[in-house]
Write a protein that binds this ligand. Sequence first.
Ligand SMILES: Cc1ncc(COP(=O)(O)O)c(C=O)c1O
Length: 325
Amino acid sequence: MLRHSPTDTINFAGRSIFVKRDDKLHPDFSGNKARKFYHFLINDFKNVTRIVSSGSAQANSLYSLSVLAKMKGWQLDYYVSHISKYLKSQLQITPAIASNYTQAHANGANIIEVDWSSPKLSGCKHLDDAVSIFKPEYYKQYTQQEILFIPEGGRCDYANTGIYLLGEEIISWVKAQNITALSVFLPSGTGTTALFLQQYFKECQTELLDVQVLTCSTVGGDLYLQKQFSALNPDDSVHPTILNDGVKYHFGKLYLALFALWNEVLTTSGIEFDLLYDPIGLSVLKSHIEAGQCQNRQILYIHQGGLLGNATMQSRYHRKLMNKR
Ligand SMILES: Cc1ncc(COP(=O)(O)O)c(C=O)c1O
């Protein structure tokens, strides 16, 4: 279950590259989150009745956790900083645009807007910190065995279980293809997936097998991503290589040039990538290839899912294009 995604070949930036189709793992539980939450799916947490997490109201972790909670019969409390009027209005109309928020709501998730003005949260800026402040309240009602706290975006050691399996799948595919030098590229948010993959490949490294992880930052810039890696593992010999295309992107902001690239890849390859992380990833990889890097290596791009958020992103892009006219 949730393993062995297929690998496609596409033409990109004037050469042939491979795409690992983790978006095809499962319709409800796909991509990055299928790998990161695999641990919770396959293990039996027999006393758990509630899970608590946090993130953006549009995040695919919200949707995936709502599916996980529904499958396991758990209640999900998901803390968000803010829910836009637009998203809230989607709950009033039928049919609503399917999004991570509307679908998670339909799955019974409690999506809770944090009240930052509460004295309890004074000086607190991050959602994960707010959740730590709420923890003692939860422990008055639940024992440690009954409740699971999952950090924002699945940034925790539990993510290792599924990401190592992804690493294993890639290594057996590499061997079957007789590939000796491979660059695996994936855009990073928290950097958890890229880091755990690089750790796995380092363990498999031999003189005849060279697999490296290349990534780029989509949130906060290269230095921020570097810090994220160090927080997960201080040993920088297992950190992935961070690339950029010279632009400092802001997460969730619209970039028409990136939308054009995303559309071009959709047309030429027939593959729909996500509209938050992948346009940045594709642009960075394109400039890396065009700079003549990776000439003697095969490239495998990991499609990390996240497609449910595309409908709202596409309508935002279309509104921006209309306003330009
Ligand atoms: C579609 C997609 N791509 C990339 C990422 C980034 O993954 P990570 O936070 O492990 O760097 C995420 C994470 O939420 C994602 O959902």
